[in-house]
Design a protein around this ligand. Structure first.
Ligand code: ATP
Ligand code: MG
Length: 646
């Protein structure tokens, strides 16, 4: 392996960490040996229950039957707000940094509670009750968190649809979940650009008869259409509503939310999460993975439209009484130092973002980072894609100044919370590795025949037992749930990702199983080849896919994005081919290199290799579902410049 550097736990982190190496080992062993005892204790420690559960866990992967804390009752909103009022009612719960760098706002736990109760009453006044689905299509404004919590308070099931999605994508999700009410805004603001949310919603709703009410937040004040009898101004409705709204006591297994996966691989799936297990796991992982200490300022940059925005922007931090920061804007506006300016402005201690953002900022150079202080930072995190060691090192050295451990958290919409991740005070870090399984997570690697590989080895990543935040079904389609996740390898939850485990038990995610290449009978992970390419100083980003090859079975097609201001050349092409041969082996030598301006990404910033594969194979008439694509013009350009392969 090119990168086998190990960064030990910094002493100043170890000294006050909740979990050190010793404690990780004992607790992890116990979590597998005595799961009922272990999870009972966590459920008591992290969550306030109206009634105690009768059975900790009941699961059967053959039927995809998963139940936690049955018989228990609780309310997620109470756990995030009400129970903190006596002890920290006047502490900041939410810091909102708006798109405009001059504007930010703070909400105490008491203020947030009052807003949530008002909106919950508005929902009730419009006929929404327990079990009804509410669609939330909002920008990154406080009302997004308020809306989620208001639903949770009355037992309604929220389905947040990312504000960057189109009218069609919104329509499909509203119909799939059969939503009754929509909460949206006039327009979103991102990098001073206006996003026409209400106009999109109007278009979507022309085909969604189930939506009877639309609550509209006034954000930009721009011109919008209005449907009398259906559309209601949010601010008018909440101003007229009472602040008194008793919470609904929910069964542990009552649904909390539906969330559609990002769509990197195909038709979106409506993942359903329930209340008890999810809340226990959200709170526990937030505290231990970020080593959160009371009073610290915690910032997760993910949009509320993704699972990271659910678990680690709203539910996890608020359950722990944390200070959580929500950012409306983009990392490059007004200038590419915005993240670090916000860190300094609000004295952020813990910062959690995605590799795509790190790579984009790295491409623009260190100067934007170095002109800020960042002294407040203590812990850094990443999620969403494998982070190449090159980007990891940059994050670690340039952003964190070698002081901040990086938690590279592997998990999925379907897992509800972190599954494989370092813990800041316990895990020596290897750049590019998500390290060890979290408590209670029995992660295994399976070979082609579905047999577990003991010790070091590479194959398919699967999970051998249920964990509390596991998705319970796909909304309205249990059969698809069963077939997607439990049928491929009977007895296991199939993640769809490949992984390698090294001699020290560290997991390295090699990419999605669908993306694994088979070149002359050799299985090659895309993540590894991409990491090798990104090591070249000229390369900002790379994506690798296979294409049909007469001799090798599959050939290797590489898309390369260069750093700002650099031009492609034949020499560079040769250097890249050599670099991959040297780092990984001659078998991984690229057949084709296409230099490009950008890569097709999902709206959450992930590379859509599915589309790149089609382009490489020349199947440009049949690109599949492209509704989650962030910028369709990128695809046009790639097709135009595609290189005939094979
Ligand atoms: P879809 O399932 O619709 O294709 P998606 O898988 O991109 O969309 P998410 O649930 O948001 O939707 O993403 C989970 C996936 O992201 C994981 O299965 C994995 O492929 C990738 N991923 C997330 N975190 C990491 C990480 N730390 N390292 C490597 N890969 C990661
Ligand atoms: Mg997925």
């Amino acid at each position: 392996m090119p990168h086998e550097k190990v960064y030990p736990v910094p002493p100043q982190i170890a000294a006050r960490a909740h979990i050190d190496a010793e404690r990780y080992r004992t607790l992890y062993a116990r979590s597998l040996q005595d799961p009922d005892g272990f999870w009972s204790e966590q459920a008591e420690r992290f969550i306030t229950w109206d009634r105690r559960w009768e059975q900790v866990c009941d699961w059967d992967f053959q039927r995809a039957h998963i139940r936690w804390f049955e018989g228990g009752r609780l309310n997620a909103c109470v756990n995030c707000l009400d129970r903190h009022l006596d002890t920290r009612g006047d502490q900041t719960a939410l810091i909102w940094e708006s798109d405009d760098p001059a504007v930010s706002r703070r909400f105490t736990y008491r203020e947030l509670h009052a807003q949530v109760c008002r909106l919950a009453n508005v929902l009730k006044n419009h006929g929404i009750g327990k079990g009804d689905r509410v669609c939330i299509y909002l920008p990154m404004i406080p009302e997004a968190a308020v809306a989620m919590l208001a639903c949770a308070r009355i037992g309604a099931i929220h389905s947040v649809v990312f504000g960057g999605f189109s009218a069609e994508a919104l329509r499909d999700r509203i119909l799939d979940a059969d939503c009754r009410l929509l909460i949206t805004a006039d327009e979103g603001l991102r990098g001073a650009k206006h996003v026409p949310l209400k106009a999109n919603a109007d278009q979507a709703l022309s085909e969604c008869p189930g939506i009877r009410t639309v609550l509209v937040v006034r954000r930009s004040g721009g011109e919008i259409g209005w449907t009398e009898g259906r559309d209601v101004w949010y601010h008018e409705a909440v101003a007229a509503a009472s602040e008194d709204c008793p919470p609904e006591s929910m069964e542990a297994e009552d649904p909390l939310f539906i969330l559609y996966t990002s769509g990197s691989t195909g038709k979106p799936k409506g993942v359903l999460h329930t209340t008890g297990g999810y809340m226990v796991y959200a709170a526990m992982t937030h505290k231990y993975v970020f080593d959160y200490h009371d009073g610290e300022i915690y910032w997760c940059t993910a949009d509320v439209g993704w699972v990271t925005g659910h678990t680690y922007l709203v539910y996890g931090p608020l359950a722990n009484g944390a200070v959580t920061l929500m950012f409306e804007g983009v990392p490059t506006w007004p200038e590419p130092d915005r993240f670090w300016q916000v860190v300094d402005k609000h004295q952020v201690n813990i910062f959690y973002t995605a590799p795509t953002a790190i790579r984009a900022l790295m491409r623009l150079g260190e100067d934007y980072v170095k002109r800020t202080s960042r002294r407040s930072l203590r812990i850094l995190g990443t999620v969403g894609e494998p982070i190449n060691p090159e980007a990891w090192e940059w994050y670690y050295h340039v952003v964190g100044e070698e002081r901040c451990p990086i938690v590279d958290t592997w998990w999925q919409t379907e897992t509800g919370g972190h599954m494989i991740t370092p813990l800041p005070g316990a895990t020596p870090l290897k750049p590019g590795s998500a390290a060890w399984p979290f408590f209670g997570v029995e992660a295994v690697i399976l070979d082609d025949k579905g047999k577990e590989i003991e010790g070091p080895g590479e194959g398919v990543l699967a999970i051998k037992r249920a964990w509390p935040a596991q998705a319970r079904t796909l909304y309205g389609n249990h059969q698809r749930f069963l077939e997607t996740y439990f049928k491929p390898y009977p007895g296991y939850y199939f993640t769809g990702d490949g992984a390698r485990r090294d001699e020290d038990g560290y997991f390295w995610i090699t990419g999605r199983v669908d993306d694994v290449l088979n070149v002359s009978g050799h299985r090659l992970g895309t993540a590894e080849i991409e990491s090798a390419l990104v090591e070249h100083p000229a390369v900002a980003e790379a994506a690798v896919v296979g294409f049909p090859h007469d001799i090798k079975g599959q050939g290797i097609y590489v898309y390369v994005i260069l750093k700002e201001g650099l031009q492609p050349s034949e020499e560079l092409q040769r250097e890249l081919i050599e670099l991959v041969s040297r780092d990984i082996g001659p078998i991984a030598k690229p057949d084709v290199i296409q230099f490009a301006r950008d890569l097709p990404k999902t709206r959450s910033g992930k590379i859509m290799r599915r589309i790149l594969r089609k382009i490489a194979a020349g199947q440009i008439d049949d690109l599949g579902d492209t509704s989650t694509l962030a910028d369709p013009s990128v695809v046009e350009e790639l097709i135009h410049n595609r290189i005939q392969a094979g």
